[in-house]
Ligand binder design. Structure first.
Ligand SMILES: [Zn+2]
Length: 279
């Protein structure tokens, strides 16, 4: 499932592929991926791509339409991807929306499971979308502040791992990054978030940032960010599991070597951790 690093990578690709290009045509193949409430996507025709922002897992794309700002909001849900093809080329599998651009470039929003959503935002006023307005600080833009994290964790009795999935804490952290960050911080995911001491909060804040930076570097290697417009999004995940603990149940702990990575279910989501060195 796309988390901050994957969405940031999608942002980078879209910027390389679409910056300065004008929309020539829009084809919606599956209406379910268009969120209700916005103008029809056909309003994109004639607009030019100018800005490529991200906040947490939300893509906030800016266009100019007849001299006025227009926003394209995109959330990738469980399996959404932005892909590039030459105009006229066969669409990729699960292409739900196709946007033809000047210069012979076509963007496809592909989504197997149909949980992702797109929406046009008049005036590019993204802050008016409740899901965007509710987001906490973005770890890449604003860092992770241990004091603020501690203050937020105090507000619930839940275990720290499910708490980290709350997008008001550190926007963009999902199930993978939460397990990875807690492993890096040496904190047991079952502990109540409110029990974390100051030094542990500082370690967790560093762990979140380090885990995201690591994933970003790994994805950048995969897409071959060689510059220019040649960057290609990796369409099918390949290569070995890059994570320290995620999806590594029953393997030896890569840090203490004596513990065994254990999988447990918290709030219906998998958590991976080392019971020996995460206290
Ligand atoms: Zn360990």
């Amino acid at each position: 499932m796309p988390e901050l690093p994957e969405v940031e990578t999608a942002r980078l690709c879209l910027e390389r592929w679409a910056r300065g290009r004008q929309v020539r045509g829009v084809l919606v193949r599956e209406r379910r991926v268009v969120a209700k409430g916005g103008p029809p996507l056909a309003k994109l025709v004639g607009a030019r791509f100018v800005g490529f922002d991200r906040r947490g897992k939300h893509l906030l794309i800016g266009l100019h339409a007849k001299g006025k700002p227009l926003g394209l909001w995109s959330h990738l849900g469980m399996s959404g991807k932005w892909l590039r093809r030459k105009t006229g080329e066969e669409p990729p599998r699960f292409s739900r929306v196709q946007i033809d651009l000047s210069g012979g470039v076509t963007l496809h929003y592909a989504d197997l499971r149909l949980f992702g959503r797109l929406r046009l935002v008049p005036g590019a006023a993204f802050e008016k979308l409740p899901a965007v307005a509710a987001l906490g600080p973005d770890p890449l833009h604003e860092g992770v502040d241990p004091d603020r994290l501690g203050e937020r964790l105090q507000r619930s009795r839940k275990a720290v791992k499910p708490q980290l999935l709350d997008q008001r804490l550190a926007a963009g952290v999902g199930n993978i990054q939460a397990s990875e960050a807690l492993f890096r911080a040496g904190i047991d995911p079952r502990r109540p978030g409110r029990s974390l001491a100051r030094a542990e909060l500082a370690r967790l804040a560093r762990g979140i940032r380090a885990s995201i930076d690591y994933s970003l570097a790994d994805l950048r290697k995969q897409i071959g960010a060689t510059g220019g417009r040649d960057v290609q999004y990796v369409e099918e995940p390949a290569g070995p599991n890059p994570f320290r603990v995620y999806d590594r149940a029953n393997e030896p702990c890569p840090r203490c070597r004596r513990g065994t990575i254990t999988r447990l279910i918290q709030d219906a989501r998998s958590t991976f951790f080392c019971p020996r060195c995460q206290k």
